[in-house]
Design a protein around this ligand. Structure first.
Ligand code: FE2
Ligand code: FE2
Length: 471
């Protein structure tokens, strides 16, 4: 008996030692949060009902609704105001005035009015107005609609592009329209460091998950985000749930609802399609990439990107940020390796041009990489391992707005080398750019009703501080 016990103890000891060695050799990744969301009845993955108060319907049957704004030019002196009137075209006029003239100089801009059909759905009247020649760093009010049902909103233009103008961006992705989505948006709006502009990482309404891609859910989503998107620009990235390609429904053209509802300033960026474009905003040069449009060699997007990235003047806009939907460095089971094709085409250019940060969504969880690249492979050399690279970006996945598909909580173990931090929770991010060298990033978890910072770090600029190894 003693012999058996002794043998068993020895085996256990060997196993423990081997385990420790293997752990030291193999588990070289960062941290995997063991935080587990508890089920809580009012914070769940169910879409809010169509008549929810979160989908604000203004009084007046034809009042402007689903109001949202985005940048309207390349530098931040224009804004696109978009809204929908449900039953009739109504006024196409935007009245606007700045606080600098004490509201005495009221100007107007005219909107285009359009509509679309999708299967058995007919949209309301979709208005888009581009208000241009605005002053930098100025608060403007704008008014839509007529008479007693006119609605007034406001926005603040960014400072002129410059290397040391502080600016704060919110990061939201894969929001959807569940109770969790409502919590994530509320936490973002209540954050004391409220992002001045939202960088939205794709997958908006998830209407395509409904029978016949029920476009009523595009309307409810537009009403849901109005409380933020009418007051601060949301910079749009296209996700897979925006494709809405359904030839079986007689809808063979992709992106019909999205492209009618959400405009971007792509022409000002020399792009030939609204899905890939760039803007300057304060200290940042932001390039938006389209993973669900052609992006390979010789495509319009490829040609545009390779010219665009060379235009970035880091003395004017030191922070080079890229937005895309599917992440390149992902260690969740969900959408694993989906970014590989785009990574293979573009990663070398990212490193050569010292992209600072890449924000992606798509995976419904949070993840942050080390500065990593995998650009040595040439088919014959076998060099296909991600390696630390101080000229490479930090990759963030923030696909955790809270949509009805739920969390991506299955992770690969051991945590890969490139993964610095990951957590399967819903939440939002804030990027607080201080000056040309430093920015502070924080990711906020929705801990049921509470907003808890779960990951944060200082990021140093790759152009101005290229040798800093702290992030
Ligand atoms: Fe997605
Ligand atoms: Fe998604």
């Amino acid at each position: 008996m003693m012999g058996v016990l002794g043998s068993s103890s020895s085996s256990l000891a060997i196993t423990v030692v081997l385990g420790l060695i293997l752990n030291a050799v193999v588990c070289y990744g960062g941290t995997s949060s063991n935080y587990s969301r508890t089920a809580f009845p009012t914070y769940n993955n169910t879409d809010m009902p169509v008549d929810s108060e979160a989908f604000y319907v203004p009084p007046g049957i034809n009042s402007p609704q689903q109001v949202h704004i985005t940048q309207g030019d390349h530098v931040g002196t224009a804004i696109i105001v978009s809204w929908i009137t449900p039953t009739a075209p109504g006024s196409n006029i935007v009245l606007y005035w700045s606080t600098q003239e004490n509201g005495t100089k009221i100007q107007l801009a005219e909107a285009t009015i359009g509509a679309y059909r999708y299967y058995n759905y007919t949209s309301g009247f979709i208005h888009h107005a581009n208000i241009s020649n605005l002053q930098f760093n100025t608060k403007y009010y704008y008014q839509l609609g007529e008479g007693q049902y006119a609605r007034t909103f406001w926005f603040v233009t960014p400072p002129a592009p410059g290397p040391d103008v502080p600016y704060t961006f919110g990061l939201i992705g894969d929001l959807g329209q569940t109770y969790n989505s409502n919590g994530a948006l509320a936490h973002f709006q209540l954050d004391p460091l409220n992002g001045q502009t939202v960088l939205y990482l794709g997958d908006l309404s998830y209407a395509d998950n409904y029978p016949f891609h029920d476009n009523v859910r595009w309307d409810t989503w537009g009403r849901f985000v109005e409380r933020s998107a009418a007051y601060q620009p949301w910079i749009w990235t296209v996700g897979n749930h925006e494709v809405d390609w359904a030839p079986e429904l007689g809808e063979p053209v992709p992106f019909v609802p999205y492209s009618h509802r959400y405009h971007t300033p792509y022409e000002a960026a020399g792009s030939t399609a609204p899905f890939w474009y760039s803007i300057k905003r304060g200290p940042a040069y932001i390039i938006v990439m389209a993973a669900y449009s052609a992006f390979g060699y010789s495509t319009p997007q490829y040609s545009w990107f390779n010219q665009e990235v060379l235009k970035v003047n880091r003395t004017e806009t030191p922070w080079l940020i890229v937005l895309m939907h599917p992440p390149w460095y992902n260690s969740y089971h969900s959408h694993y390796m989906e970014g590989e094709t785009m990574r293979g085409v573009y990663e070398t250019t990212f490193v050569q041009n010292k992209v600072d940060i890449v924000f992606a969504g798509h995976v419904h969880a949070y993840e942050r990489s080390i500065r990593v690249s995998n650009i040595l492979y040439n088919i014959t050399n076998g060099l296909c391992t991600p390696m630390k690279n101080l000229s490479a970006p930090v990759y963030f996945t923030i696909g955790d707005g809270g949509n009805e598909e739920g969390l991506s909580n299955a992770m690969y173990f051991p945590q890969p080398y490139y993964s610095a931090s990951r957590e399967a929770s819903f939440g939002h991010g804030i990027l607080d750019i201080k000056n040309r060298t430093h920015a502070y990033f924080a990711w906020h978890r929705n801990e049921d009703g509470y907003d808890v910072i779960s990951d944060s770090l200082w990021l140093t600029n790759r152009y101005w501080y290229p040798t800093d190894d702290s992030n």
